[in-house]
Write a protein that binds this ligand. Structure first.
Ligand code: PMP
Length: 314
């Protein structure tokens, strides 16, 4: 909550507005049915350079555009302008620390709510100071949920839409009440899908494996980053294939990945220790590379880290 108190301005509908003055029409179908599309993007503060880097922002904008297309929602502003809006927002709030920024496109119609409305749309961006989500050093205890991940032909996880997260909420709250830190859902076919806000990798028989993008999951930008780190820096190809629940129990290493989850080792699954019950060596290597890249410390990946305060031509 302290973080919220430090948010002074939002970007909404073309303007920077004070948080308490931001308004949404109460009859919007977004309020009733959760019709929106959104992104969650991390910004990393680099103290030495006095710079805040937004990570893979163009990929997030692209995914938002695709989510809107699948939802048949028009984007109210051109994606080429999104970075400028983000920069205006962050510089106005003056954040010089790690942040999380959300970008939400929603229906903001006046008149009676219609669930099939596709316009008028509006957009807001909000940024918050944000530390780690999980204990990335010691790892987390995870469980497999009895809730299934919704299928692509039911409520497609590929669309990053608020209402899709009700499925995640059911699974996440249950796992928390049961004493776990994280949760993985299986899909309709009983294969490993993803977590409530992160994807999953395992090391099995010395191979790094992750479920394919057809396993009813969000196409994760962090997963893609992991695949690229492994290929470019560790000379390791990631296998993308169906994964059984029991494979996770006997995996040498398991980790979660996502913009918020970053690279988080899983040390037990359903109370069965993963490997020796400590974060694995490959996980730590990938995590180390990820933390360097995201903070703008690895020049080879400069195109993924967009400076907010410096002068960047876009
Ligand atoms: N799955 C779900 C359901 C998510 O909400 C997220 C977070 N956006 C992810 C996976 C990870 O995606 P990304 O790496 O792009 O943040």
């Amino acid at each position: 909550m302290d973080e919220l108190l430090r948010v002074k301005y939002l970007w909404q509908g073309g303007n920077l507005v004070e948080l308490e003055n931001a308004k949404v029409h109460i009859l919007t179908p977004t309020f009733f049915w959760g019709t929106n599309v959104f992104e969650g993007i991390r910004g990393y503060w680099n103290k030495e350079k006095g710079e805040l880097y937004l990570f893979r922002i163009d990929d997030h904008f692209q995914r938002l555009t695709e989510s809107a297309k699948m939802m048949r929602i028009d984007l109210p502003y051109p994606p080429e302008q999104f970075f400028q809006y983000a920069r205006d927002l962050i510089t106005r709030n003056g954040f010089r620390e790690d942040i999380h920024m959300v970008q939400v496109v929603y229906l903001d119609g006046i008149g009676h709510p219609r669930w099939f409305a596709t316009s008028p749309t509006n957009m807001f961006l909000a940024a918050f100071p944000r530390g780690r989500t999980f204990d990335v050093e010691n790892g987390v205890k995870a469980t497999i949920s009895s809730w299934k991940r919704t299928a692509d032909n039911v409520v497609p996880p590929r669309i990053k839409c608020g209402s899709n997260y009700q499925n995640c909420r059911l699974a996440g709250l249950q796992a928390m009440l049961d004493g776990y830190d994280a949760v993985i859902m299986l899909n309709e076919l009983g294969k490993v899908s993803e977590g409530t806000g992160y994807c999953i990798f395992m090391v099995r028989k010395n191979k790094l494996v992750t479920p394919p993008c057809t396993a009813d999951l969000l196409e994760s930008i962090t997963s893609d980053t992991v695949i690229r780190i492994c290929r470019d820096l560790l000379d390791l190809e990631v296998e993308q294939r169906d994964v059984d629940r029991t494979e996770l129990y006997v995996a040498e290493e398991v980790f979660l990945c996502g913009s918020l989850a970053e690279i988080t080792p899983v040390v037990s699954m359903d109370k069965i220790p993963i490997g020796m019950g400590y974060p694995g060596e490959l996980t730590k290597k990938i995590q180390n590379a990820y933390f360097r890249i995201t903070r703008g410390m690895d020049k080879r990946y400069a195109s993924w880290t967009t400076p907010v305060y410096g002068n960047t031509e876009r």
